[in-house]
Design a protein around this ligand. Structure first.
Ligand SMILES: [Zn+2]
Ligand SMILES: [Zn+2]
Length: 86
């Protein structure tokens, strides 16, 4: 048995591009798989002539759970208007 605590040890088996969506609030890590990542790889290879061996993408943000928590915490300030400059 191998118990190194590496939660991503299985990834070498998947060998598939995926992005990590990391919640800045609770630290939850979700994985995103899909064609856009394959296309990104292909674009880099064709555009830059760069041979991509692995792709590592990390996206920071808030998971749906934390979004709900945040929206209940954050109250819009009274008279707080956004000014847009041209
Ligand atoms: Zn992963
Ligand atoms: Zn979260």
């Amino acid at each position: 048995m191998h118990c190194s605590g590496d939660q991503h040890y299985y990834e070498s088996r998947l060998k598939q591009e995926h992005a990590h969506m990391i919640c800045l609030q609770c630290g939850r890590v979700d994985e995103f798989f899909g064609d856009p990542l394959k296309k990104l790889r292909q674009r880099i290879e064709s555009h830059f002539g760069f041979q991509v061996v692995n792709v590592r993408i990390e996206v920071g943000g808030y998971c749906s759970n934390c979004q709900r928590l945040r929206s209940s915490e954050i109250r819009p300030g009274p008279g707080d208007t956004l000014e847009t400059k041209t």
